[in-house]
Ligand binder design. Structure first.
Ligand code: ATP
Ligand code: MG
Length: 402
């Protein structure tokens, strides 16, 4: 098969292939970008595979960066672009079902394509726009089928992350997992416990943000792979609720929002602990915990100025969107109105600070001073107190604090 219109991303990268070929080696576009080009989907990161060894690749180009020489990858800088150029390789030693501890560089494209995870990820594209399809990936693209390259159980046994990648691709592409591949995912799923949580998080996160996330999540449930993921063991009914309790066309606008929905569906009692088990960043944890907290608060009634001030308009909107997906009553206009009515959005905007109060009234630094500052902040946010020096000092006096 030949690609009729070589997408511009590949055209721009053609000089790289040509230079490698002129030096006497083979070079092809490979990986997800070829799959996406055939499907007519937007392309990101064009990856190149070559028979030249890293040191040889470096000789061919003027500007290169060693980004992963031990894995065979050299970053080639060409004009405004950069391309990962990776030597054909096989991955021969797997320890503990994780990433290979050692890769061998080879001169054969076929060997390289054989170690790739799914048939639809194992294409190569040459400089004449000819698609090389050694594993009937084109037929699978046509039939919307996700099939492991080679013997599925062996492939998942080598690297169990591929199981999660499988759910992710089913969710992104709206593909059905081929029965033998599905069965192997089911059988090898316990190996997920050996994979680093951070890598699983990345795949699960991509799954949740995908257009067809329901499909990926359903596969995760049906293979029982969820049993081996942090905090998800025995949670099938809750996971199922997440699929069935949201509107048909539900999509998440951010990772934090998607994970907050997951925690809400799971009725997680301690969101912080959940995020720690998933080893998320602190910022991510903070944001997800806030969303879950806000979602609870909102169940009790409409937002007020204090909530808008404390959590910010963006977080309130994310929660309101979740409510919409759940078919609950929403009021986006109120959020806008509350935000506009706030005279401050941050305590640093208050014109009087602790130092001023110490100077003015001879107060001592300590918890009492902290409480007075909090009262000022609360009253300004509520709209009872103007953010103006004289008014604030009067407020402190009236409160009998000095
Ligand atoms: P995306 O659109 O998310 O970038 P992708 O298919 O390009 O999807 P990458 O993670 O960027 O996925 O990997 C690039 C290619 O490398 C894949 O298409 C696949 O051929 C191969 N690959 C990546 N991870 C694995 C793995 N764990 N096992 C086997 N092959 C893999
Ligand atoms: Mg990619």
């Amino acid at each position: 098969m030949k690609l009729n219109n070589l997408p511009s991303e590949f055209q721009e990268a053609l000089p790289i292939l040509e230079k490698i070929k002129a030096a006497g080696y083979d070079a092809y576009f490979v990986g997800g970008s070829v799959r996406d080009a055939i499907l007519g989907r937007p392309i990101h990161d064009v990856d190149i595979a070559t028979s030249s060894y890293p040191q040889e690749t470096k000789q061919i180009f003027r500007r290169t960066v060693d980004v992963g020489i031990e894995h065979g990858t050299v970053l080639v800088l060409e004009g405004a672009h950069e391309y990962e150029v990776t030597t054909f390789r096989t991955e021969d030693i797997y320890v503990d079902f994780r990433r290979p501890s050692q890769v061998s560089f080879v001169r054969s494209l076929e060997e390289d394509l054989k170690r790739r995870d799914f048939t639809v990820n194992a294409f190569a594209l040459d400089e004449k726009a000819q698609v090389i399809d050694l594993f009937e990936g084109l037929a699978d693209l046509d039939g919307k089928i996700l099939r492991a390259v080679g013997v599925p159980s062996e492939r998942f046994g080598e690297d169990a992350l591929r199981i999660m990648r499988g759910f992710r691709f089913a969710a992104v592409l709206d593909f059905e997992i081929e029965p033998a591949t599905f069965q192997a995912m089911r059988e090898t799923a316990p190996l997920l416990e050996k994979i680093s949580v951070e890598r699983i998080f990345i795949e699960f996160d991509k799954l949740l943000l995908a257009h067809f996330w329901r499909k990926g999540l359903q596969d995760l449930i049906d293979t029982e792979a969820y049993q081996y993921l942090p905090c998800l063991a025995n949670q099938a009914p809750h996971l199922q609720n997440m699929i069935e309790g949201l509107s048909e066309d539900a999509q998440f606008t951010s990772s934090e929002q998607a994970w907050a929905m997951l925690l809400i569906a799971l009725e997680v009692k301690d969101p912080k602990k959940f995020c720690r088990k998933w080893k998320t960043s602190n910022d991510f944890m903070k944001s997800v915990c806030q969303l879950v907290e806000l979602w609870q608060l909102r169940l009790e009634g409409a937002y007020d100025k204090q909530a808008c001030y404390k959590y910010g308009k963006y977080q309130l909107t994310l929660v309101e969107e979740l409510r919409q997906l759940q078919g609950l009553a929403v009021d986006f206009a109120l959020i806008e109105q509350l935000d506009q009515s706030l005279t401050i959005h941050d305590k640093h905007e208050i014109v009087v600070n602790g130092g001023n109060l110490i100077q003015e009234f001879g107060l001592k630094p300590g918890p009492d001073l902290g409480r007075i500052l909090q009262e000022i902040e609360f009253a300004i946010v509520d709209g009872h107190l103007e953010n103006e020096q004289e008014a604030i000092l009067d407020f402190v006096k009236e409160k009998g604090r000095v």
